[in-house]
Every structure is written in structure tokens, then in C-alpha cells.
Design a protein around this ligand. Structure first.
Ligand code: ZN
Length: 85
């Protein structure tokens, strides 16, 4: 599958894993750049980040552990549908 091929780029799972640290301003420059590069090319991760911001605004915080496999699988599923369309 083309999407998973390039190791130099973040895959969606990696991007999601970085998002809470990104929103907290805790990423170093390299990881922040990688994430922003991914977001620029990935509308679903951009949407996911927007939802994460809303969640954090509502709850005051979000625990990455609570995003867990189910949320990540949802995201990958959305992404595959998007690529297929
Ligand atoms: Zn993505």
C-alpha cells in the first residue's frame, strides 16, 4: 500500500501519537515540522487534530492513552476510505 511505504514520513498513527504533545507545545522542532508536514497532506489528520482541540477545550485535557487503538483504527479506516474514494 503506497501510503505506508515511506519511512521518512509520518504515518497517521505516528501523527496522532504526536498530537497531544503538539497541542501542549511539547514537541521539539523536528517532530513538530514532521507533524505539520503530515497535516498539510492529510485532511483526516487535520480534521482529527481539530477535533482534538475541541475535546481539549471542552475537557481541559486529553489523555493520549484514551485515544488508544480504537480511535487510531477509526482514523486509519477513514483514511483508507478517503484514499479509495
Ligand atoms: Zn494522517
Amino acid at each position: 500500500m503506497r501510503f505506508w511505504r515511506r519511512h521518512s514520513e509520518l504515518v497517521c498513527r505516528d501523527a496522532v501519537a504526536l498530537m497531544t504533545a503538539y497541542l501542549d507545545g511539547e514537541l521539539d522542532d523536528r517532530d513538530r515540522t514532521r507533524l505539520e508536514t503530515h497535516l498539510a497532506d492529510c485532511p483526516h489528520c487535520s480534521e482529527y487534530l481539530a477535533q482534538l482541540r475541541v475535546t481539549i477545550d471542552a475537557l481541559g485535557h486529553v489523555d493520549i492513552d484514551e485515544l488508544s487503538d480504537e480511535a487510531l483504527d477509526d482514523l486509519v479506516h477513514l483514511y483508507r476510505q478517503w484514499r479509495a474514494g
